[in-house]
Design a protein around this ligand. Structure first.
Ligand SMILES: Nc1nc2c(ncn2[C@@H]2O[C@H](COP(=O)(O)OP(=O)(O)OP(=O)(O)O)[C@@H](O)[C@H]2O)c(=O)[nH]1
Ligand SMILES: [Mg+2]
Length: 384
């Protein structure tokens, strides 16, 4: 780091961190309850959809026997299992007691959606399952019936992928359930979804998970949808949809800040806007930069992203820009920086770039002259 005189304002990582933590509290936490017997694949589902290994490493908060709560800022998981067979209390009443316990917890822990998990090979719902699903629905909780460990094997004759006949029959029954006398019964779940997190050889990416996240988003209450979009790791377009307005907003602020053109030497006055934008985007991608990067590295990142360096290198290339940053250039520069940062966050989020390599990778992602010019052009087209 250079030893600038201390009175020279410099990009400050606090702008990034503050925006990031404010965005986090604005989006809040999505809480999912996962109910299912031991070994049905609950932890594997959480890991596949949210990329969290908690439930396996067992750092949950044992709230009551058979109920554990795992959480971070954006996601809470109620892991409910172990209805004691042979206990004097029927499973439905045990669940009732668990739900009462959960209701006494703080507001930011209340269940939004339930995944009720059954092993696909069980190919039936027990009366206890039906009782528990009714109990959940009676509490107004939306239930997704998740059939786990589905085997999509190739038919050796036709070569088509499909599920076992018994499972097909089970799914048909679920659509119009009847009791042993053929009388229709009601099982108040919202959707049944067939899933697997790996194939029977323990490999592969899984199946049905995209459908599971789409349905979960549909069922989640309006005020927890964004937290769910952030917490899940399978759908990147949702994150882009959230990041884009952040970029547009920051570009607008930059234009306002440069309404009176800013001398290039003072371009750092745009840095708080750009760093704030980057902090918010990092939150959308659920990147914990604060805990995963040293403050020094974060400050360094701030310096790299700050307007000054970028503006200097671009301005000499932009015809007629001279030594001032006007509103159009400020907006374009900020928008191009935001898009580039969004793409970099995506790479980290999907595990293609290590978080500790982010500073090294920035150079490959930094917006170039053409990106900025393109942004200026887009903005002219947008508002002639
Ligand atoms: N074939 C196959 N195996 C799976 C699948 N999902 C999980 N498993 C395996 O099933 C076993 C149990 O999975 P977990 O995800 O730990 O199940 P759980 O419900 O969290 O289990 P407990 O926490 O012990 O109650 C593990 O050995 C997984 O590898 C799947 O989709 N297909
Ligand atoms: Mg588990």
């Amino acid at each position: 780091m250079t030893n600038d005189p201390s009175d020279t304002p410099r990009p400050d990582e606090k702008d990034f961190l503050k925006a990031s933590s404010e965005a986090k509290s604005k989006y809040g936490r999505f809480n999912l309850a996962i109910i299912g017997g031991s070994g049905v694949g609950k932890s594997s589902l959480v890991n596949a959809v949210f990329g969290r290994d908690w439930a396996k490493t067992g750092k949950g908060l044992p709230v009551t026997r058979g109920v554990e709560y795992f959480h971070d800022d954006t996601l809470g998981i109620w892991d409910v299992e172990g209805f004691e067979i042979g206990s004097s209390m029927p499973p439905r009443e045990q669940l009732r007691a668990h739900l009462e316990t959960i209701k006494k917890q703080p507001a930011d822990r209340q269940i939004a959606v339930v995944w009720y998990c059954i092993k696909a090979t069980d190919d039936r719902l027990t009366p206890a399952d039906i009782g528990m699903i009714r109990e959940l629905a009676a509490d107004g909780l939306p239930v997704v019936l998740v059939l786990t460990k589905v085997d999509w094997s190739k038919n050796p004759i036709t070569g088509a992928r499909g599920v076992a006949k018994d499972l097909e029959a089970f799914v048909d029954w679920l659509e119009e359930p009847v009791d042993e006398n053929g009388e229709p019964i009601s099982i108040p779940y919202e959707r049944v979804i067939l899933t697997s997190t790996r194939d029977k050889h323990g490999k592969g990416k899984g199946h049905g998970l995209g459908e599971l996240v789409a349905e979960t988003l549909t069922l989640s209450p309006e005020n927890e949808k964004d937290a769910f979009r952030i917490a899940q790791r399978l759908n990147l377009p949702w994150k882009r949809e959230m990041a884009r307005p952040i970029i547009t907003g920051a570009a607008g602020l930059a234009a306002v800040a440069a309404a009176t053109p800013i001398p290039v030497a003072d371009a750092f006055t745009l840095a708080p806007i750009q760093l704030g934008m980057m902090g918010r985007i990092a939150t959308v991608y659920d990147l914990e930069l604060k805990t995963m990067m040293s403050a020094g590295a974060l400050a360094q990142l701030g310096v790299q992203f700050a307007g000054q360096a970028l503006a200097r290198s671009f301005l000499k290339l932009i015809p007629g820009a001279g030594s001032f940053i006007n509103a159009g250039i400020a907006a374009a520069l900020t928008a191009a920086t935001g898009e580039a940062w969004m793409r970099l966050c995506e790479q980290v989020h999907t595990g293609k770039i290590d978080l500790d390599k982010i500073a090294d990778s920035w150079a490959d992602y930094a917006p170039n002259f053409l990106d900025v010019v393109r942004k200026m052009f887009e903005q002219k087209v947008a508002k002639p």
